[in-house]
Ligand binder design. Structure first.
Ligand SMILES: Cc1cc2nc3c(=O)[nH]c(=O)nc-3n(C[C@H](O)[C@H](O)[C@H](O)COP(=O)(O)OP(=O)(O)OC[C@H]3O[C@@H](n4cnc5c(N)ncnc54)[C@H](O)[C@@H]3O)c2cc1C
Length: 390
């Protein structure tokens, strides 16, 4: 098989890229290791920055997002026993949309079917070859076990943090910057109406907690736990008891419901530079990871492929390489801003086991300043709602 762009991975990065290329008249093939059902049910992120919403709308894949997404004009920081609201609209004139990543993925897969180019699901043994030539190749096994090969002009590595494309870059051709945090997040999805109309980020002596939601009927809640915590140690009753303790505030009642899903996610910051090797271009989690505190992961993935699709259009339609040559540097500017913001939010809101009382007072001082100073609150708000595209 021959295609212009071979895309490894049908997450937000791979699917948005395929769609934007299609709108530009460029053909691509998306290879996905999992089944359609699996990727459409995979619960992960749920906060869309305003620029992400605008991009999906301009690309014609936001009808359901506009109908079902929840527009939020602020978040609350909960500490000292009460809420301190950061009013995005007042501070920045912008907002966010709460709409599950799996819903974004469903809408984009539907668009691939409408375009007559659905992803190839359930592929295995995916490997990339000849990356420094003008005809790189992807070999794989199809769902029925037969051998497949894609000859491409360019390969997009959109296969997430545990994919294979980043590892195809030879040692010495890229540098990794990495930071791990001494805690993890235990997240649940509960069949319960949200207990508050917006997200609540809580700093508590027992550890961080987050009240979030996916729809008017489904709540998403998180607890800071030890990095090596086992989910088996957390029966539902223990999770609810801990959430009640950490989220306690006057006038707030946490609504419980059936736990639909639960899991533990490690917290890590990771960047590979450059996001390119020959004709292989990395995008999204394949190239960088942020801790989820700043709600940046999916938004960054989509920001990368917005830039990549324009660069690929310049190459494949006008034989121009300038945008591809600047792709990595341009993406990394936004990536490092998000890395810093995510690290900053994480450092301000979590309890560090080795922090002494001096450091804890610094954290509280930072929270009080962020909540009470208009410039400090604006800085949080403009990063959270998404900085304008450069
Ligand atoms: C458990 C978890 C929870 C998260 N929670 C949040 C959150 O609450 N808030 C937030 O903002 N962000 C969250 N994130 C981050 C956010 O979901 C990611 O940043 C986002 O999914 C990145 O999109 P992507 O397309 O780059 O990668 P992915 O969504 O990971 O997509 C990569 C795709 O490639 C496929 N793939 C992998 N290997 C291969 C292969 N060899 N061949 C073919 N296909 C392959 C995968 O199956 C997957 O479908 C979470 C991430 C994880 C892992």
């Amino acid at each position: 098989m021959r295609t212009q762009v071979g895309i490894v991975g049908a997450g937000p990065a791979g699917l948005v890229l395929a769609h934007l290329l299609h709108l530009d008249g460029i053909d691509s093939v998306v290879l996905e290791a999992r089944s359609r059902e699996y990727v459409e049910r995979r619960v992960r992120a749920g906060v869309l920055e305003q620029p992400t919403v605008e991009l999906l709308r301009a690309a014609g894949v936001a009808d359901r997002l506009d109908r079902e997404g929840l527009v939020h004009h602020g978040i609350s920081l909960r500490f000292d026993g009460s809420d301190h609201r950061i009013a995005f609209d007042e501070l920045t004139g912008r907002s966010i949309a709460v709409y599950g990543q799996q819903e974004v993925v469903k809408d984009l897969i539907a668009a691939r079917f409408v375009a007559g180019a659905p992803p190839l699901f359930d592929v295995s043994d995916v490997a990339v070859h000849d990356l420094t030539t003008e005809s790189p190749r992807i070999s794989f096994r199809t769902a029925d076990g037969s051998h497949g090969e894609l000859i491409c002009d360019v390969i997009a590595g959109c296969d997430g943090f545990h994919g294979i494309t980043r590892d195809a870059i030879p040692a010495g051709a890229a540098t990794v910057y990495e930071h791990t945090y001494p805690f993890a997040w235990l997240g649940i999805l509960a069949e319960a109406p949200p207990s508050h109309s917006e997200l609540i980020y809580t700093y508590h002596e027992r550890g961080f907690a987050l009240h979030s939601m996916r729809s008017p009927r489904v709540t998403r809640l998180y607890l800071q736990v030890a990095p090596d915590e086992e989910i088996a140690a957390w029966p539902d009753e223990r999770i609810w008891a801990e959430l009640h303790l950490r989220l306690h505030a006057d006038g707030f009642t946490l609504t419980e419901g059936a736990v639909l899903e639960k899991g533990i996610t490690g917290m890590r910051s990771f960047v590979v530079e450059p996001m390119r090797y020959g004709r292989l271009f990395l995008a999204g989690d394949a190239a960088h990871i942020v801790p989820p505190t700043g709600a940046k992961g999916m938004n960054l993935a989509i920001a990368d492929v917005r830039r990549l699709s324009a660069a690929l259009a310049a190459l494949l339609r006008e034989r121009r390489t300038d945008l591809l040559d600047s792709y990595s540097d341009a993406c990394l500017r936004r990536v490092w801003r998000a890395e810093h913001f995510s690290w900053w939010m994480t450092s301000m809101l979590h309890r560090f086991a080795d922090a002494d009382p001096f450091q804890q007072r610094l954290q509280l001082s930072q929270l009080r300043y962020t909540a009470s100073s208009r410039p400090a609150a604006t800085s949080l708000a403009e990063n959270y709602v998404g900085l304008p595209w450069e």
